[in-house]
Design a protein around this ligand. Structure first.
Ligand code: SIN
Ligand code: FE2
Length: 221
């Protein structure tokens, strides 16, 4: 079957190191990329969350999001009845969001580089906490000032099915399994692709317990 052989050898997956999966023209899943960072990352995350704890936010349409949110970095993403936006102040504490810990920044910069994006200097890290049953509906990340920088997404804890769609809501999304330590980077022509997360299944992660935590780094300002 000559056709099959030709297809196999032009398959991009074969030209990438194992663990680096191309899922779009400028999008990659870096399997287990964050694993060597987890031990340094968790205490930093704990400090951030002591200052700005998780809270459930309301969408402009009046729905309470099933994922609980927090942020660190100069800008934090928030939503309430008046809309989605980035703010420098945590609306709960009325204080600036906690600073972006250096470990988190370095991980995001290196993952972006691995996916072909240099000069990534994140000023916003959104922290999503999903308990079993929580999900994230398909959406585009488009509250940022410019779209030249990628989105870097780090998954911790319980597994998830990440939906990676196209440029319109009706494009059928790819279903991508994300495990503890996996990193997804999408940018360039893929920057505005729809994405979401299916409801998290019941389970207990040995290190993280019964939850999934996702960190998304962006250049927002
Ligand atoms: C997001 O799009 O903000 C979160 C994605 C995820 O939890 O994997
Ligand atoms: Fe998003």
């Amino acid at each position: 079957m000559p056709g099959l052989t030709a297809d196999l050898f032009t398959d991009d997956a074969l030209q990438q190191p194992p663990g680096k999966k191309r899922v779009g023209e400028q999008s990659y899943v870096l399997k287990g990329y964050a694993l060597p960072w987890v031990e340094r990352l968790l205490p930093a995350l704990r400090q951030v969350l002591a200052q700005s704890p998780f809270r459930q936010m309301v969408t402009p349409g009046g729905f309470t999001m099933s994922a609980a949110l927090s942020s660190c970095g100069a800008l934090g993403w928030t939503t309430d009845r008046t809309g989605y936006r980035y703010t420098a102040i945590d609306p709960n504490s009325q204080q600036p969001w906690p600073a972006l810990p250096e470990t988190l920044r370095q991980l995001a910069v290196m993952a972006a580089l691995e996916a072909g994006f240099d000069d990534f200097e994140p000023d916003a890290c959104l922290i999503n906490r999903y308990v079993p049953g929580a999900k994230m509906s398909l959406h585009q990340d488009k509250n940022e000032q410019c779209y030249t920088a990628p989105v870097v997404s780090v998954s911790l804890g319980l597994p998830a099915v990440f939906l990676f769609g196209g440029h319109t809501r009706s494009d059928k999304p790819q279903k991508i399994s994300l495990l503890h330590g996996d990193v997804v980077v999408w940018g360039g022509v893929d920057r505005l692709r729809f994405h979401g997360v299916l409801p998290i299944k019941e389970g207990v992660h040995p290190q993280m317990g019964s939850q999934r935590i996702n960190l998304t780094f962006r250049m927002a300002g």
